[in-house]
Design a protein around this ligand. Sequence first.
Ligand SMILES: NC(=O)c1ccc[n+]([C@@H]2O[C@H](COP(=O)([O-])OP(=O)(O)OC[C@H]3O[C@@H](n4cnc5c(N)ncnc54)[C@H](OP(=O)(O)O)[C@@H]3O)[C@@H](O)[C@H]2O)c1
Length: 297
Amino acid sequence: MQRVQLQSGVELSRLIYGMWRLADDTDQSAAHVQAKIEACLEQGITSFDQADIYGGYACEALLGTALKAAPALRDQMEIITKCDILLLSDKFPDRRVKYYDTTAAYITASVDSSLSKMGIEKIDGLLIHRPDPLMDHHQTGAALDALVESGKIGWVGVSNFMRWDWTLLQSAMKTKLATNQIELSLLANDNLTNGTVAFMQENGIKPMAWSPLAGGQLFAPDATTLQNALGSMATAQGVGIDAVAIAWLLQHPSQIMPILGSNNLQRIRNFSDAMKVEMSREDWFVLYEAANGHEVA
Ligand SMILES: NC(=O)c1ccc[n+]([C@@H]2O[C@H](COP(=O)([O-])OP(=O)(O)OC[C@H]3O[C@@H](n4cnc5c(N)ncnc54)[C@H](OP(=O)(O)O)[C@@H]3O)[C@@H](O)[C@H]2O)c1
C-alpha cells in the first residue's frame, strides 16, 4: 500500500477506512470491528477515519471497545476524528437545533470525550468537520495549536472547507493545517473543478475523499450508464467496479486519499484491488462522461 506524506512526520495510507457506518452493521461486536480493522491492516491500510457524531455518537465507543479487547492494534493505526457538529439526538434532549461549535471550550471538551470513548492517549489527526459561520478564527486556531502542544492530538486538518475557510483558519494558527477532507467521487465531482482541489494542489495539500463510491449510489439502479462503463474496465482487469471507481480518484495528480466505508468484510478485503487498476487518460474521461451524462465541452 502506498503511503502519503501530509507534512513532515505525518503519513497516512493511501486508502483509508471510514467508520461512519460502524453502528449500521448488524454485527457491532468488538470481534467484528476488530476483524474489519485487521482486514485493513493486512493490506497496509493503517489510517482510520472517525468523528464524534458518527452513529449518533456511538462509533468512537465501538472502536474503543474493539481496541480494549485487542490493544495491540492501536500502535498499527493512525486514528483521525472530527468535531464541531452538534446533532439533534436523544442523548441531548435539550438541544433545539443542529449546529456547529468551534469555540475553544467546545473543541477541547470534544477532544477529551473522543480520547475517552476510544480509550486512547492521543488522537493522530483532528479535523474541524464543517466550516462554522460563527467561527472566531483567532480563538479556534489558538485552541487547535494548544491541543497540538499538549500532545492530545498529533496534527490538525479540516473537512468540507472552501479555500477561504482554509486561509481564514490557517491565518490564525502556528500549526500548519495538514489536509482537507472533501466529498469526491465519480458522482460528486464538483470539487475537482470548483477551485477546492486546485487550491489544494497549488499549496501541496493532499485531499481526503469522503464517500468515494458516492455512499453506494454508484450501485443504484439509475446509474446503469456509469455501471456499464465501469463494468467493462472491471471485467478486463479482473476486479470489481468499486475498484475501478476508486482507481478513477487515484489517477488525479493531487494524491487523493479515498476513505472507504463498507461494512462488508469481503469488500473490505478487496479494497486494495483499486491500486492494481490501470487507467489511461481516455478511460478516465470515458468514466467522467458516463458519470456526468454528457461529454466535456
Ligand atoms: N467529512 C465528512 O463530512 C464526511 C461525510 C461522509 C462520510 N465521511 C467519511 O467517509 C467515509 C466513507 O463514506 P461512505 O461510507 O459513504 O463511503 P463509500 O465507500 O462511498 O460508501 C459505502 C457504502 O457503499 C456501499 N457499497 C460499497 N461497495 C458496494 C458494492 N460493491 N455494492 C453495493 N454497495 C456497496 C456500502 O455498503 P456495504 O457496507 O454493504 O458494503 C456502504 O453502504 C465515512 O466512513 C466517513 O469516515 C466523511
